[in-house]
Ligand binder design. Structure first.
Ligand SMILES: [Zn+2]
Length: 100
């Protein structure tokens, strides 16, 4: 189950609610082209989540939906290139999944 305040990124999961991100003035995912990543920092989104401001989860949803859309685009490309299993392995490693 996904924890509230979690972003899916090209480098794995970012639990933005964690104190680690308190002073990270960078986007959730520097490789992402969504509205949230273009306009807000991890530190600000963390602040919103901690303050129970609804904008925090809304910004995370915008990012996570864009991430999933791009992931599906990538999956289609990997299927066409007959490379899906390799991509799956790479993806699971980033997300810490141990099962194949
Ligand atoms: Zn984004």
């Amino acid at each position: 189950m996904q924890e509230i305040g979690t972003a899916l990124t090209s480098h794995g999961k970012v639990v933005v609610r964690n104190k680690t991100y308190e002073r990270e003035f960078i986007p959730l995912d520097e490789e992402c082209d969504c509205y949230t990543c273009k306009n807000y920092t991890r530190a600000y989104i963390r602040h919103l989540i901690k303050a129970n401001e609804i904008l925090g989860v809304r910004l995370l949803s915008i990012h996570n939906l864009r991430f999933l859309t791009k992931l599906m685009e990538r999956v289609r490309i990997e299927i066409e290139n007959d490379n899906l299993l390799e991509f799956k392995k790479e993806f699971y490693n980033k997300y810490g999944y141990t099962k194949e």
